[in-house]
Design a protein around this ligand. Structure first.
Ligand code: AMP
Length: 355
């Protein structure tokens, strides 16, 4: 067998870290988690957890010394933390991807530079900049988003002809934002790519994503769209993985317009919620591929044995579990979060088709 890391360190204690740790365990690899929170979902299934802040150098050093390789499960890990940890152990994916994914100007610029289309965009540091940009485009509608720390629709505001732009700007509580042309998309899809340390890339079939209140609610795999279109989306994500020298897993979120254009929206430098179906419908899931690629094993084939629909259990939805407990095709995943909160991802259910 190819030599693999024996202990994987993961920065972040959420459900993505939990599912990677579970996949690692199946491969005989231990996981150590580093996160600021106690009782985190990932800590429940990890061999060891370091609870400290991301700028606690002593704790980071101890963590690094206890593992063979380090990865992360969410994109807001400070880049300085990754740079510091790299003095002790390899960290994958590289911080170049993290830096791009953490800042919407850099993200859009990088995508455009490598020939991946995005919505038209501009930089804004004030209400006046937003007004100037939409005037220049000759439109009244747009979306403004904070450059950093936006997720699940947070940190963004939609603007139309009736919007008080000053108020919308103030609602972002930021001093820099991106102004984006409003894409009249028909579908939202995503592609998950894994790339190993030998440069081999695998990608899961593109999936269709439905959102409720800006949070992913349902993923259909594969996306019921034209094969040629799905192949184009896959090619884009693979190109991105290659261009950033990915070692690990990334997700690329895309819009599909009525006339079949594919427009990139966002990069996730990690496993992605729209890839949870792969745990139950593929021999090698996105989480196993995350573990394999960062631990030095060859990437696994991203093939599926079943089509699937994944339903997120958000907040009170978690009670729906009872409905699925007796269903033969329902694979239930709960993240062990003690407190149910509105908008909180509590678990998911994958329904295998034709089973
Ligand atoms: P984001 O935080 O960039 O993933 O955006 C959250 C959601 O807002 C997306 O999933 C879309 O539904 C919507 N959205 C974001 N950007 C645009 C855009 N430029 N045009 C239209 N809808 C958008």
């Amino acid at each position: 067998m190819t030599k693999s890391a024996q202990t994987l360190g993961i920065l972040g204690g959420g459900q993505l870290g939990r599912m990677s740790a579970l996949a690692a365990a199946r491969l005989g690899i231990k996981t150590h988690i580093f996160c600021p929170e106690t009782d985190s979902p990932a800590s429940h299934v990890a061999a060891k957890t370091f609870v400290a802040s991301y700028d606690d150098k002593d704790a980071l050093k101890d963590f690094a010394k206890s593992v063979d390789v380090i990865s992360y499960e969410f994109e807001n890990i400070p880049v300085e933390t990754v740079r510091y940890l790299k003095k002790f152990k390899p960290v994958y994916p590289d911080e170049k991807l993290l830096e791009i994914a953490q800042h919407r100007w850099k993200e859009k610029q990088f995508l455009n530079d490598i020939g991946i289309p995005t919505a038209k965009w501009g930089k804004a540091k004030s209400t006046a900049d937003v007004k100037k940009q939409i005037q220049q485009w000759g439109v009244t509608d747009c979306i403004i988003k904070t450059t950093r720390f936006g997720y699940d629709g947070k940190g963004q505001a939609k603007i139309d002809k009736n919007t008080d732009i000053g108020k919308a700007w103030a609602s972002l509580k930021t001093d820099e934002a991106i102004v984006e042309f409003l894409v009249p998309f028909k579908h939202e899809i995503s592609v998950i790519v894994a790339r190993d340390q030998f440069g081999k890339t695998e990608s899961y079939v593109p999936v269709l994503n439905d959102h409720k209140n800006h949070i992913l609610s349902k993923t259909t795999a594969p996306a019921p769209l034209d094969d040629a279109l799905l192949a184009r989306a896959t090619k884009m994500a693979q190109k991105l993985a290659k261009q950033v020298g990915l070692v690990g897993v990334l997700g690329l979120e895309l819009f599909v317009t009525k006339d079949g254009q594919i427009i990139a929206n966002e990069i996730a430098p990690r496993t992605h919620n729209s890839g949870h179906w792969t745990i139950d419908a593929c021999p090698v899931s996105q989480f196993e591929n995350h573990v394999r690629t960062v631990c030095g094993l060859p990437v696994g084939k991203a093939v599926r044995h079943s089509d699937a629909v994944m339903l997120n259990l958000i907040g009170d939805d978690v009670a729906l579990v009872n409905k699925y407990l007796g269903k033969a095709n329902a694979c239930i995943h709960l993240y062990g979060k003690p407190e149910v909160r509105a908008g909180r991802k509590m678990g998911h259910i994958t329904l295998l088709k034709g089973k």
